[in-house]
Design a protein around this ligand. Structure first.
Ligand code: NI
Ligand code: MN
Length: 224
């Protein structure tokens, strides 16, 4: 499997013939090195409806006849826009052709780009090729992350560190402790001035609690 960091919270995963993209904010993302029309994903997974996550969802889904996997409110909105969608909700899991998706809690807010209500925000727990990947979405630190870490052996965790809208560095280090993942990858920082962070400082702090930290630059991939 190949995991590519597009920038901000956007991650693309290729597994065999399947490809999926999480939070495809590409157009207007100053960090993205590709264009939305270069994305060929067959599945689009969303953590919530904010524009810096929902991004190019409708365009990519339209171009690739992709299935949008999201909370019920977002999925129904996408269906209204004549896209294919699979509605889920917090705590629920479903097995798709690429693997299993479970929606976890996330403490944040959620609305669609047109301002309409988008239900609760979510985190994503993925089981693909025997690996467990956690994408926290946008969230504050919360103690139930400990429960997620206890029920799943997480290999890779993507945690927001940008502060202002989400956890900052110190809360994300605490989250890493609760989640107990082998490897932590910081996301949702440096895209805009208000979320500028020193990823090296985060890496140092993660290593001081005995975990691995991989800083991915936009366009970087890891093969696992
Ligand atoms: Ni958000
Ligand atoms: Mn965000």
């Amino acid at each position: 499997m190949n995991i590519k960091f597009i920038g901000h919270s956007c991650i693309e995963i290729e597994s065999g013939d399947n490809s999926l993209i999480i939070d495809p904010f590409i157009t207007g993302n100053p960090l993205a090195k590709i264009k939305a029309n270069e994305i060929k994903s067959k599945f689009i997974l969303l953590t919530h409806g904010h524009a810096d996550h929902f991004g190019d969802t409708l365009e990519i889904a339209g171009e690739n006849d992709a299935l949008i996997i999201a909370t019920a409110e977002i999925a129904y909105f996408c269906e209204k826009m004549h896209r294919k969608a699979h509605a889920m909700n917090l705590g629920g899991a479903f097995t798709f052709p690429f693997g299993k998706v479970k929606l976890t809690l996330a403490h944040h807010s959620s609305s669609l780009p047109d301002g309409s209500y988008a239900g609760d925000p979510a985190g994503l727990l993925l089981n693909i090729e025997g690996k467990t990947i956690y994408h926290a979405g946008d969230t504050a630190l919360f103690y139930d992350m400990k429960l997620i870490g206890e029920t799943e052996k997480i290999d890779f965790a993507f945690l927001p560190i940008g502060d202002n809208f989400t956890m900052g560095i110190d809360d994300a280090v605490k989250a890493a402790e609760y989640i107990n993942a082998d490897t932590i990858i910081p996301i949702h920082y440096n895209t805009f001035d208000v979320i500028k962070q020193d990823a090296i400082d985060f890496k140092r702090k993660i290593e001081s609690i005995g975990k691995k930290c991989v800083i991915m630059q936009p366009g970087d991939s890891i093969k696992i």
